[in-house]
Design a protein around this ligand. Sequence first.
Ligand SMILES: [Zn+2]
Length: 109
Amino acid sequence: MTAATRARPHRDGRTRRKPQRTCIACRQTRAKHELVRIVRDTAGAVAIDTTGKRSGRGAYLCADAGCWERGLRGNALEHRLLLESPLSREDRGRLSGEAERVLLERRKG
Ligand SMILES: [Zn+2]
């Protein structure tokens, strides 16, 4: 292995290579790919980011209906995404519907 291919050491001393993220509902830390990303894009629109690559501020929830219910119920999402106003009921409904589809896809593998 050359120096160029070696993983950069983490400042906190962890050597795990897989990026880890925390679910905003249950606070569990999981591998990023196991979680579903919600992104607030530069226009301020909040949507589920199935690619995990969209730019904007992101929040993560487990691929678990219970976590989505909890995550959309309170203001954790607003807090995490630094939204200026709370999500509307329509927004929550839309995200919850999108999440249902994404979770179904995830289960199928
Ligand atoms: Zn969770």
